[in-house]
Design a protein around this ligand. Structure first.
Ligand code: 13P
Length: 247
């Protein structure tokens, strides 16, 4: 099971250090579970150092640019993120797509750059409310997955982790029912298997909290959660992990 915390634009380096110390106080990892933290870029190194020596915890970037270096003001390349301690990176998060205008082609380039740099891509996909209401959910997520997966060999596909995050569920307090989420996961898994992937890993995200994490994680199709708001308090996040691990 994967528990991924996306801190978004929160927690400066000193706050990230305090968070890590507080989180680790009373934290006991479970065999086979993985705990991923995505701090803002400026806090990557502080977070990686605060969690160092704990193999089940990995730190990741919230975004990367596909070029390795150069005149790209404000961007973080894969080697820069790796140098700050990142082992993973989010790609195509809903806020990158819908606030910053990132396209399917951008996400495909970023995933290729991550694979070339031996970093795990956590590819986020998900439909908007009007797309769900018009019955386009499957088509949208398969288009988003396909834009990245087309042309990749099965070994590369197995390096990628997917997060299904319906846009209408992010930060809204509304979340997909476990059955609805599982149905979309099944669709994505079938698509990846048909491309030769052996063991697709698919997380759910969107208003996951202490009250709903265990029922979502009880679904066989859901291999973990990607959480924003409810991951910002270290005690609450540790409790959510404990609750969600009871399966
Ligand atoms: P919330 O958990 O705050 O809805 O955010 C979900 C998300 O976007 C995680 O990447």
């Amino acid at each position: 099971m994967i528990f991924a915390a996306n801190w978004k634009m929160h927690l400066a380096p000193d706050e990230a250090r305090s968070y890590a110390h507080r989180f680790l106080d009373g934290f006991s990892p479970r065999a086979g579970s993985h705990y991923w933290f995505f701090p803002p870029a400026v806090s990557l190194e502080a977070t990686a150092l605060a969690f160092r020596g704990l193999p089940e915890i990995r730190v990741g970037a919230q975004d990367v640019y596909w070029e390795p270096k150069g005149a790209f003001t404000g961007a973080t390349s894969v080697p820069l993120a790796a140098g700050a301690g990142a082992a993973i990176a989010l790609v195509g998060h809903s806020e990158r797509r819908h606030v910053f205008g990132e396209t399917d082609l951008d996400t495909a380039r970023k995933v290729r750059a991550l694979l070339a740099g031996s970093m795990t891509p956590l590819l986020c996909v998900g439909e908007k409310l009007e797309e769900r209401e018009s019955g386009a959910t499957e088509a949208v997520v398969l288009r988003q997955v396909g834009a990245v997966a087309d042309g990749l060999d099965p070994a590369a596909l197995d390096q990628i982790v997917i997060a299904y995050e319906p846009v209408w569920a992010i930060g809204t307090g509304k979340n997909a029912t476990p059955q609805d989420a599982a149905a979309v996961h099944r669709t994505i898994r079938r698509d990846l298997r048909s491309r030769g992937a052996k063991s697709p890993r698919i997380l759910y995200g969107g208003s996951v909290n202490l009250a709903n994490a265990d029922t979502l994680l009880a679904e066989e199709e859901i291999n973990g959660v990607l959480v924003g708001g409810a991951s910002l308090d270290p005690d609450g996040w540790r409790r959510l992990i404990e609750l969600g691990s009871r399966k």
